[in-house]
Design a protein around this ligand. Structure first.
Ligand SMILES: [Zn+2]
Ligand SMILES: [Zn+2]
Length: 299
């Protein structure tokens, strides 16, 4: 293991302090103007006078007061002007993407795929920034994941479903390597066999469920075992070499492993083995309770 690096400063602004700074229309305007200011596609620092004019404030003293309040939390001084710090950029992008303000609801629309349980055509809904693909007949859940409202702007069902698939797959890729997709801290996993499932979410998963959680930002979600394992660094090369479509096709249509073939082979410690099929090849993968791959074997 390499030596830990030296942190020269580790400090944080109290959340209540940071958010109380934003309870003012002018300060939100300052953030938006600084975010909008570009030279080509690069951020361009804005000099004080230009920033004040863009915010349409004539009282220089009042304007300066509000600008100073944002300094070192969301805004920084850069050479001759002002620009956004990283928290300011995140906030700016979240505002532009309607993350705090969008309340779009989309009525059920058909998905070009059949229910794995009863063969009825699946349908999708979008509500509270969550895209859900479900069987209208038997109620089986095929997919459920948060999707920012930017994906819905096109009104094109295929584009929305494609974005949802890519967005979820991006997160599966990071999660399978133990990195939290929200905060980049370490992600932990709990493999939950059928007879230990407690929540509705765990029960909705075919075969063992995997609960992924981040102890830092408290991000948490649940997947089935095969969909995350195909992105595990010990398994990914096998899938990519033999059936790359499994890494890109819609998650609600992909079938890498029959849940009935997943075997709990030990309880203490837990060992779960799944036969993953990619093209004509098969890889038997054994994981423990923390989703560490204990064994892989070509069959
Ligand atoms: Zn069904
Ligand atoms: Zn996190």
């Amino acid at each position: 293991m390499t030596d830990a690096f030296q942190v020269s400063e580790r400090r944080s602004v109290p959340p209540a302090e940071a958010f109380s700074l934003l309870g003012n229309e002018l300060r939100v305007s300052i953030l938006l103007e600084l975010g909008d200011a570009k030279e080509g596609s690069q951020p361009r620092p804005l000099p004080f006078e230009e920033l004040r004019r863009r915010c349409d404030v004539s009282d220089s003293g009042r304007f300066n007061y509000h600008l100073q309040e944002l300094l070192d939390v969301f805004v920084r001084e850069e050479g001759e002007g002002y620009g956004l710090l990283y928290p300011g950029v995140i906030l700016y992008q979240a505002i532009k993407a309607d993350s705090f303000t969008d309340r779009t609801t989309v009525e059920p629309f058909p998905v070009d795929a059949d229910c794995p349980e009863c063969d009825a055509e699946l349908e999708a809904t979008y509500r509270n920034s969550m895209l859900v693909v479900r069987c209208p007949d038997c109620g089986a859940l095929a997919f459920k994941y948060h999707l920012p409202p930017g994906a819905i702007r096109s009104n094109d069902p295929d584009a929305v479903l494609s974005a949802a698939n890519v967005y979820a797959r991006r997160d599966l890729l990071t999660v399978a390597s133990d990195v939290c997709p929200t905060c980049a801290s370490e992600m932990y996993h709990d493999v939950v066999p059928d007879d230990e499932k407690s929540s509705e979410l765990e029960q909705a998963m075919p075969g063992p469920a995997v609960v992924h959680h981040c102890s830092y930002c408290k991000n948490f979600f649940c997947t089935d075992l095969p969909e995350v394992l195909i992105y595990h660094p010990d398994v990914f090369p096998f899938v990519a070499a033999n059936a790359p479509d499994l890494l890109t096709d819609s998650l609600w249509t992909v079938d890498v492993c029959d849940p009935d073939d997943i075997a709990v082979e030990g309880r203490d410690p837990l060992r779960v083995t799944l036969p993953l099929r990619a093209g004509d090849e098969r890889l038997d993968v054994t994981v423990d309770r923390s989703l560490t791959v204990r064994d892989t074997e070509r069959a």
